[in-house]
Design a protein. Structure first.
Length: 436
């Protein structure tokens, strides 16, 4: 029987590995071998990874691929993508090439506002609290001036602090709803440090205020934390072309293709079951670049999906129209990204990914990431409304199946050739492999 362990984090890496292998795997020698196989021979690099988190026992690799030929605002990019799904980089590259011949992607930043909140309970009269708050904003900013001075020098900082009465949603619940400009930083640490200072100031000023002399008037700080919902940190990316230039597929007319695309988007707008998968396809592109550039993909995921539901129903993040014979396809999404701080100067591959992207500012990275999402969605929906998704997907997945079967290089070449003209299914690959 496995018993709880005390002080696991204090064990050495080898001790941790031995413990986990011994207690939770069937073949501990094999488990240890696998974990160690992923250690990096460069001990400095390994140490860096060991220290990213607690209790590191090994590294978890994802492929880093490159999707070239992305023309964004007339500048050519090769986009690094970290992702395990076989068809994503191929689909991105294909979409990039398609739009390269049609003027490329155009992008713009609609806003860069970040958000954080101090959540607190207050048991008195709102008008009094509001009066108290009138004089408070400058004190809050002043108390945080040490934290904000560098950001301010660069043109960023706190942009607004608002008192919000949330008692209709929850009894006695109020907030300081705060907005920030964090420039090239994602800003989580900066925002959270500011918020914790605001909370302290709020409590102190409340305690010292002569306005609240009744015993029932109490203020209790609950928590201070940034919000990953950033509906005013928005980027737009779009592609467009005359309808007749839209399709290079001989099996379908450009007009039919445009209509099929528009209908597919309309379905994703109307039907949440489809919208979730539609947006998942967008996130295939977005997460891969977010991850490759060392940003927090969970924050991005949470914020993007909340935005997709902002009008009360989960819906498509992309839009399509045909007006005056011009097909237009676009995305508008919230992306709070950073190109300084965090892993960006620490993780060698992240540093390199940013270098490949020509050392973008956070705004430029927002635009590149939005384009990756739009391209991915274009590729997916295009396949869905024409050939179906499985053809391309299974073509890319074929290698995974062959590797699973243990095919030799020579067998792979033969089978890849064979499946150029035969439908790929898992069982068909096994059959063809066995025959070989
Ligand atoms: C698969 O990872 C993504 C798709 O399902 C997206 C979509 O359906 O639009 C192909």
């Amino acid at each position: 029987m496995i018993t709880p362990i005390e002080g696991f984090s204090k064990l050495t890496k080898n001790q941790k590995i031995a413990w986990i292998a011994e207690n939770y795997t069937q073949n501990s020698d094999e488990a240890i071998k696998i974990l160690k196989r992923y250690w990096n021979a460069d001990s400095d690099l390994q140490k860096l990874h060991d220290e990213f988190i607690e209790n590191t026992v090994s590294n978890y690799y994802l492929p880093l691929g490159i999707a070239p030929n992305f023309l964004i605002n007339d500048k050519l990019y090769a986009i690094p993508m970290a992702i395990e799904e076989s068809s994503v980089v191929a689909a991105a590259s294909k979409a990039a090439k398609f739009w390269l011949k049609r003027g490329g992607f155009k992008t713009s930043i609609i806003g860069t506002e970040k958000v954080g909140q101090v959540h607190f309970m207050y048991t008195g009269d709102f008008t009094k609290l509001n009066e108290f708050f009138t004089g408070l904003e400058s004190v809050l900013k002043n108390d945080a001036s040490d934290i904000t001075k560098n950001m301010k020098k660069r043109g960023g900082g706190i942009t607004a602090i608002t008192l919000k009465d949330k008692t209709e949603d929850l009894k006695d619940y109020y907030q300081l709803h705060c907005t920030f400009e964090t420039l090239d930083a994602m800003g989580a640490n900066f925002i959270n440090t500011c918020l914790e200072q605001f909370a302290q100031t709020l409590k102190r000023e409340f305690t010292n205020s002569l306005l609240f002399s009744n015993s029932y008037e109490e203020l209790e700080i609950v928590m201070s934390i940034l919000s990953n919902y950033v509906p005013n940190c928005i980027v737009k990316a779009e592609v467009s072309c005359p309808v007749e230039e839209l399709n290079d597929d001989k099996n379908i007319s450009p007009e039919d293709f445009a209509q099929k695309m528009i209908r597919a988007i309309a379905i994703a707008k109307a039907e949440p079951y489809r919208a979730v998968t539609h947006n998942k396809g967008i996130m295939n592109g977005i997460d891969a670049v977010v991850l490759a550039t060392g940003n927090d993909f969970r924050a991005i995921e949470a914020g993007v999906h909340a935005y997709a539901a902002k009008d009360g129903q989960y819906s498509s993040l992309t839009h399509a129209t045909v007006e005056n014979n011009i097909f237009k396809f676009w995305i508008e999404i919230p992306l709070a990204l950073g190109t300084v701080g965090g892993l960006t100067s620490l993780h060698p591959l992240v540093k390199l990914a940013l270098e490949i992207l020509q050392k973008p500012s956070a705004k430029e990275l927002m635009q590149i990431v939005a384009v990756a999402g739009l391209a991915q969605n274009f590729g997916a929906v295009r396949s869905l409304v024409t050939t179906g998704i499985q053809k391309g997907h299974m073509k890319m997945h074929l290698m995974n199946i062959l590797n699973q079967l243990g095919a030799s290089e020579e067998q792979k070449v033969t089978l890849v050739e064979h499946f150029k003209t035969n439908t790929i299914t898992h069982s068909a690959v096994i059959e063809a492999y066995n025959k070989l």
